[in-house]
Design a protein around this ligand. Structure first.
Ligand SMILES: *Cc1c(COP(=O)(O)O)cnc(C)c1O
Length: 316
């Protein structure tokens, strides 16, 4: 309980979680997909996505709530909030802030616009691969979730689910209480800094220590954005490969996706292995013709330099 309490305090001071938001510990981002469908959606959530993770979220939700719907948008497209065809029965809008499969992100200004256009609906945001890496407009949405193995640099097996007062009200209105991970049950336990099942205490402790030792999210975000800009500039100069995403306004700061012909991707990954470097595979439809570079805070300058030197020598 003390570790829980202290970790929440640090999330408030270092990552700017508003004091009236409730922080819940779950096992993964995937679990949060189900909790949102099970405990916050009576019939209909609406999903806006441009890649595999956003789509998977919709598919998981649809298994529990068959009326779930959604729209996809293009890789290079900014989210068009004004014309977003949100059905009138929608209870909750679901958005993936950083689409890990293709290295795109939704700008904070879009989240602000969504909130303005749909002030009465819940807004849920998957920030799994950006939370802890860049500053996010937490107070502009109702549910944020992430898992700790991405920007928080920790071993996998812990998820954070963060709820606004509006989300808590909606959970009470829905009244769903049939599962070990029903939101009402988690919220009730969280009031006492307890959980409904034995949580991943070791990783919660490690999260506490990482937050204690780390900078504020504003400082971390500045570094992440500088490093991302440097990565994109570096990649644009290399012949034979290029960033997958051309439109710099939707490029991810935390997941850098590099595109090349499949034979080049294969050869670079193999050469990297020879140098003890494991390049991130492409994902889903981008499996063969991209690889991905994590731009997470725990990565050191030396590691970035080592990878850039490798790419300079091995791509031509
Ligand atoms: C990694 C990831 C997930 C899944 O996270 P788990 O911890 O494996 O459940 C979900 N959404 C996004 C955007 C991700 O990057």
């Amino acid at each position: 309980m003390d570790i829980y309490r202290r970790t929440v305090e640090l999330l408030q001071t270092k990552l700017r979680i508003p004091p009236d938001y409730v922080v819940l510990f779950v096992s993964s981002a995937t679990e949060s997909w189900e909790i949102i469908a099970q405990s916050l959606t009576i019939e209909q959530s609406f999903h806006v996505y441009n890649g595999a993770f956003g789509q998977k979220w919709m598919e998981y939700a649809r298994k529990l709530r068959p009326q779930v719907s959604g729209v996809s948008f293009g890789l290079e497209e900014e989210l068009l909030v004004e014309t977003l065809p949100v059905p009138s029965q929608t209870e909750i809008i679901c958005l993936t802030q950083n689409e890990t499969s293709n290295g795109t992100q939704v700008q904070s200004s879009m989240i602000v616009e969504l909130r303005k256009r749909f002030p009465d609906l819940l807004l849920a945001v998957d920030a799994t691969s950006s939370f802890g890496g860049i500053a996010l407009p937490i107070e502009e949405a109702d549910i944020w979730y992430a898992s700790v193995q991405k920007c928080l640099g920790l071993p996998a097996g812990l998820g954070l689910l963060i709820c606004s007062p509006h989300a808590v009200e909606k959970a009470q209105a829905v009244g769903e209480n049939n599962h070990y991970n029903s939101l009402l049950f988690l919220l009730e336990n969280a009031q006492k800094f307890q959980t409904s099942y034995t949580p991943n205490v070791l990783t919660i402790y490690l999260l506490m220590r990482v937050l204690e030792n780390g900078e504020t999210i504003e400082q971390i975000g500045i570094q992440t954005k500088q490093r991302a800009a440097a990565w994109y500039a570096f990649l644009e100069k290399l012949p034979g490969i290029q960033p997958l995403v051309i439109n710099y306004t939707v490029r991810s700061d935390t997941v850098i996706t590099v595109q090349a012909p499949p034979e080049v991707v294969k050869q670079v990954k193999e050469a990297a292995l020879q140098h003890n470097i494991l390049l991130g595979n492409g994902y889903g439809v981008w499996k063969e013709n991209t690889f991905r570079i994590a731009n997470f805070p725990a990565i050191t300058e030396e590691e970035i330099q080592r990878l850039q030197e490798f790419l300079l020598v091995n791509i031509s």
